[in-house]
Design a protein around this ligand. Structure first.
Ligand code: PEP
Ligand code: MG
Length: 316
């Protein structure tokens, strides 16, 4: 099966009744972006920009960042590239950015909360992203968005720097949906954000109130939980009401069993780990859209993640 998957990896991922799903990759640098293209990745749905910032004594300059983003973009040709702005804070410290100790780092100053607190870091990064050339499908997205006010203040910085850098090519500006409030408020966000990318690792952690790294609880924090799936469905509904697209970039997108359910919920794009690209594309091709909708409908009515998983046969 795997050999066949790799041979077919460069074909589109289309359901048996012709509904195309964009299958892109989660990467952390240029080498992984090259590998993603080799394995049939249709672009990058999540560039985790942390790799540029961690394990160094000083912040990367605008020029350094610009050069790396350009290299990743060049590795992709004209394929889409979505750069996530710095997602640190809380439990992920930066050596050159002393942060106060927090009682509950996962509920503390992390993701965009840190970016709003320390605007110079964010502004530099946004300027670097806006200077990427020769990619008409460039996007950026913000992690840990929980309110419209946050999004508006960040979008204002993007607009201001778009004018400052003189960029004329469009850049999509989206949000990660990884805090339940963003999923619940998707319709309001969809009036202003260009796209949504659902981070199911954090969304599951915050929905079930289970630390994603906890030795006992993490195995129970399954994104196939009907509670999480309802939030995904709600996000899609809100987004599509305003013609915006929705991706899933959390770990569940790389799980073959989840594919028909996510597709049935109306997700437009799956951003998956690089090695999973061929098998996820193959999984999309196994089903019709109406089968996927049926799976999704049943999953939303199920009582537990285990019940959801029992709906989808693993061997096809
Ligand atoms: C997520 O939370 O699902 C996600 C994609 O982001 P990260 O795993 O980097 O927190
Ligand atoms: Mg996350």
């Amino acid at each position: 099966k795997r050999k066949a998957d790799i041979a077919a990896a460069h074909e589109d991922a289309t359901t048996t009744d012709g509904h195309r799903i964009e299958v892109v990759a989660n990467v952390g640098g240029v080498a992984e972006a090259e590998e993603a293209v080799r394995l049939g990745g249709e672009g990058v749905g999540l560039l985790r920009s942390e790799f540029l910032f961690l394990e160094r004594a000083t912040a990367p300059t605008e020029q350094e960042q610009r050069a790396i983003y350009q290299d990743v973009s060049d590795a992709l040709g004209q394929r889409p590239l979505i750069i996530r702005t710095l997602d640190v804070g809380g439990d992920k410290p930066l050596p050159y950015l002393p942060l106060p100790r927090e009682e509950n780092p996962f509920l503390g100053v992390r993701g965009v909360r840190l970016a709003i607190d320390r605007p110079e870091i964010l502004r530099t990064q946004i300027r670097a992203i806006l200077q990427v050339q020769d990619n008409s499908r460039l996007g950026m997205m913000f992690p840990m968005i929980s309110s419209l006010d946050e999004f508006r203040s960040l979008r204002a910085v993007v607009d201001e720097e778009t004018r400052n850098t003189g960029r004329s090519e469009p850049v999509q500006v989206g949000i990660m949906v990884e805090v339940p409030s963003a999923a619940v408020m998707a319709e309001q966000f969809a009036r202003e954000a260009d796209f949504f990318s659902i981070g199911t690792n954090d969304l599951t952690q915050y929905t079930l109130a289970m630390d994603r790294g906890h030795p006992k609880l993490a195995p129970l924090a399954d994104a196939m939980s009907p509670a999480v799936l309802k939030l995904i469905g709600q996000t899609v509904e809100g987004a599509h009401a305003h013609g915006k697209w929705v991706g899933v970039c959390g770990g569940i997108a790389s799980d073959e069993q989840a594919v028909p359910i996510l597709v049935g919920l109306g997700v437009d794009e799956l951003s998956v780990s690089v090695p999973a690209l061929p098998s996820i594309k193959a999984a999309v091709r196994q089903y019709s859209m109406s089968q996927c909708r049926e799976f999704a409908e049943k999953a939303l009515k199920a009582d537990s993640a285990a019940e959801v998983r029992a709906l989808v046969p693993l061997d096809y």
